[in-house]
Design a protein around this ligand. Structure first.
Ligand SMILES: C[S@@+](CC[C@H](N)C(=O)[O-])C[C@H]1O[C@@H](n2cnc3c(N)ncnc32)[C@H](O)[C@@H]1O
Length: 270
């Protein structure tokens, strides 16, 4: 079984995705989407960005590796009667079902960064976009002091070291690496722009309960807790994450968690 697929089918990412809806919608509103535009949302999860893009009039094809998230996204599309939006299962490293030069815009917000073989991902994103079309990625930044990079940093201290050939997803948050990958896929470096951008998680629960949601439903954090439990360190990990979430909560109310994390917005034009 593909470990990349197993990781994202683990737990239930939709629980975390619910806390990302408002920022996802606000982010999509900055993409210059016009009615009728053909948009690919790669690693779309349950549609946090695919659905608002379709509501702006785009014809959206979502692709995700996790069967459960594809089903959850399509259920949302049906329930909300979203026009011109569907999600299919696929792997960002090999978009064999998508024709070359099919999309005006390919979006991947915290999605394709998690696929292995980043040069293949860049090649596929560039292949499926029309000449003059755009690619927009949202990637977490290694070493950044805000929430997501810190969750991953703290968790990695409790998990066994990855295999020697493992390429960290966080390298998609390093400008030089992104440039190297997209130029190898044929994009001119002067056509790639980078902007550090805020993204806010909003959970209707305390920071401790929000940590509990990550522990129970978010594959990477579930794995970190499983490894920590084996070493009798699960409580330590829980306390470190609670301290992180509490220190970053700006809601001013312990029954709500509002945390803004910074990511690297990448915009490449073919
Ligand atoms: C952190 S979630 C983000 C989901 C969504 N973009 C959002 O903003 O809510 C990462 C997503 O990337 C998907 N993913 C991971 N590896 C993938 C791959 N190789 N191909 C396609 N999707 C992938 C996961 O299944 C998951 O839905």
């Amino acid at each position: 079984m593909n470990p990349n697929k197993l990781l994202w089918e683990k737990g239930d990412f939709t629980i975390i995705a619910k806390t990302m809806r408002q920022s996802g919608t606000e982010l999509v509103s900055t993409f210059g989407i016009q009615p009728g535009m053909k948009v690919l949302d790669l690693g779309c999860g349950d549609g946090t960005t695919a659905i608002p893009a379709a509501l702006l009039g785009a014809h959206v094809q979502g692709v995700d590796i996790a069967t459960n998230l594809v089903a959850a996204g399509n259920a949302r599309i049906k329930a909300e009667q979203v026009p011109y939006c569907s999600i299919t299962e696929g792997d960002a490293t090999d978009l064999r079902d998508l024709g070359s030069e099919s999309f005006d815009l390919a979006v991947s917000i915290f999605g394709a960064m998690f696929a292995p073989r980043p040069f293949d991902v860049a090649k596929e994103l560039v292949r499926v976009v029309k000449p003059g079309g755009r690619i927009i990625m949202g990637n977490w930044i290694p070493g950044d002091p805000t929430l997501v990079a810190q969750i991953l940093r703290i968790s990695s201290a409790y998990t066994p070291p990855p295999p020697a050939d493992f390429v960290s997803p966080m390298l998609w948050g390093v400008e030089e690496k992104v440039t190297e990958r997209f130029t190898a896929a044929g994009i001119d470096a002067k056509n790639i722009r980078f902007t550090k951008t805020p993204f806010t998680f909003r959970a209707a629960c305390s920071p401790a309960e929000f940590v509990h949601q990550f522990r129970s439903f978010y594959g990477p954090t579930m794995n970190a807790f499983e490894a920590a439990e084996k070493n009798g360190k699960a409580d330590e990990l829980q306390h470190e994450l609670e301290a992180l979430f509490e220190s970053q909560n700006k809601s001013g109310d312990n029954s709500q968690t509002v945390v803004t994390a910074t990511f690297l917005l990448v915009e490449a034009t073919k």
